[in-house]
Design a protein around this ligand. Structure first.
Ligand code: FCB
Length: 486
């Protein structure tokens, strides 16, 4: 506790509560495959994740999204939970194989109806729906035809975007094309730790380009159909890459990882060009002739904001050994997801870690936001995901106490506030996740929710962090500390 000094020694500054700007959006986020279940109901067909989960050894414990949190049946209860929390927005994704079961052709009315009911209920409760078109559940039929490495998938994506906008554009005012295309391209087709589990460098680069192209085509399809007041965006998991030392070799390792993690997407999307160094770093793999004339102009669409997902920073050094890709935080593989960036070692940033083994370092988020402002001063930002997994359990009183998650959220919201004070235009924050859910290759073993899910019964129990976040969201004020006095 800081007190006035009597001996002329300056007292330490008392931490103060911090207000967020008026209109700052407070939300929670989820994704279709991670929560919905009902994998074969109402015309939904398998996605690449249904197939991947059924491939032995791919997902921990052989878990699948068949039932997940059963949100497909419990959506009304889940919206009520959000209304109790007092959040102003909900970021969810639409399941492409529910809306367009074969990945092409007309929409499946029952699939669209589910999202229409959900959005009506959200609006009824005063919660703004924020819809993501693609959070990784590609219809299997499109993967069978070649998947994201093929140009046709980008074209199909734009057709699906058009169907979604036509059906929901009267009520959903905020749209995101892709969630984390880095994961789709480089974990899906490079290291293979995500669906569809392919391990081919050139396919990963082709996938990155066709995801970029799909984004551009989808933005055009959305703009053609949505009211001019609608907001259109993309969400990237931008890596805040730091070199271990300031040696030229380590700095160059950081540049190469930054290229294939971040700039391969921000280049065409926000600057209208692929970065020359990324093309050079990958020239031994491909001549990029899959990029056709006019593609980059199509990808370079004006956006209303950029969605930023951040969990942990990335610390790298150069190594002389054979290609070392260490941990990218998404699961081990013999194949590197860092296409074209060999001989890079990954290090854990010192400090505490979450149950994912990810370093807790809010300064990475602050620095990333400052860098985005300096690189792209015009575009407003939205934190579309931030949160942490811990080994939560229900105590004998029936409560879930998760002080580590509260400390994580407090630290990262402080970082967001610092960035705003430094002039970064951050419009909102979405906690990942509303509910414990299917954490991809980790199955149900990792709990990211503010609300605990008892999987055998489906019962929801708001954790202490949910109550904490609710107060922050309702008051738009971050308390001075993460302690219990709040
Ligand atoms: C992000 C994903 C999200 C969730 C979090 C923990 O990469 O977008 O679905 O898995 O990580």
């Amino acid at each position: 506790m800081a007190t006035a000094s009597h001996q002329g020694v300056p007292a330490p500054a008392t931490p103060a509560a911090r207000d967020f700007p008026s209109g700052f959006l407070w939300g929670t986020a989820t994704a279709s495959y991670q929560i919905e279940g009902a994998a074969a109901l109402d015309g939904r067909t398998p996605s690449i994740w249904d197939t991947y989960c059924r491939t032995p050894g791919k997902v921990r414990n052989g878990d699948t999204g068949d039932t997940a949190t059963d949100h497909y049946h419990r959506w009304r209860e889940d919206v009520a939970l959000m209304a109790d929390l007092g959040v102003g927005a909900y970021r969810f994704s639409l399941a492409w194989p529910r809306i367009q079961p074969t990945g092409s052709g007309p929409a499946n009315r029952k699939g669209l109806d589910f999202y229409a009911r959900l959005t009506d209920e959200l609006l009824e409760k005063g919660i703004q729906p924020v819809a993501t078109l693609y959070h990784w559940d590609l219809p299997q039929e499109l993967e069978d035809a070649g998947g994201w490495p093929e140009r046709a998938t980008a074209e199909r994506f734009a057709e699906y975007a058009a169907l979604a906008a036509e059906a929901l554009g009267d009520r959903v005012k905020t749209w995101t094309t892709l969630n984390e295309p880095w994961c789709s391209a480089f974990l899906g087709y490079g290291s293979g730790v995500h669906a569809p589990g392919r391990t081919d460098d050139v396919s990963a680069l082709r996938a990155a380009h066709h995801l970029n192209l799909g984004h551009g085509l989808a933005v055009q399809a959305l703009r053609d159909r949505l009211p001019s007041t609608a907001a259109v965006s993309v969400t990237l998991n931008l890596h805040h890459v730091r070199p271990l030392t300031d040696s030229p070799e380590d700095v160059d390792a950081a540049r190469r990882i930054d290229g294939v993690a971040n700039r391969v997407f921000t280049g065409p999307m926000l600057r209208g060009a692929y970065p020359a160094d990324v093309l050079e770093d990958t020239a031994h793999l491909t001549d990029w002739s899959f990029v056709h004339d006019g593609d980059v102009a199509t990808i370079h669409q004006p956006l209303d904001f950029l969605g930023v997902n951040y969990y942990s920073p990335t610390l790298v050094s150069a190594t002389d050994g054979t290609a070392s890709h260490g941990s990218d935080g998404h699961g081990a593989s013999e194949h590197s997801p860092w296409t074209g960036a060999d001989k890079v070692a990954f290090h854990l940033t010192p400090g505490t870690t979450t149950a994912m083994g990810w370093a807790v370092d809010p300064s990475g988020l602050r620095d990333l936001l400052l860098r985005l402002k300096s690189d792209f001063p015009e575009i407003p930002l939205m934190i579309t995901e931030n949160g942490a997994a811990f080994d939560d359990y229900v105590n004998p009183e029936g409560e879930v106490n998760d002080p580590d998650r509260i400390a994580y959220l407090h630290g990262h919201l402080s970082a967001v506030h610092e960035a705003i004070e430094a002039g970064v235009d951050v419009r909102g924050y979405f906690l990942w996740s509303l509910l414990d859910n299917f954490e991809w290759g980790y199955g149900y073993s990792k709990r990211f929710g503010a609300v605990y899910v008892d999987y055998p019964t489906g019962k929801r129990i708001p954790k202490a962090s949910a109550h904490w976040y609710s107060r922050v969201a309702r008051t738009s004020t971050l308390p001075a500390t993460a302690g219990p006095q709040h």
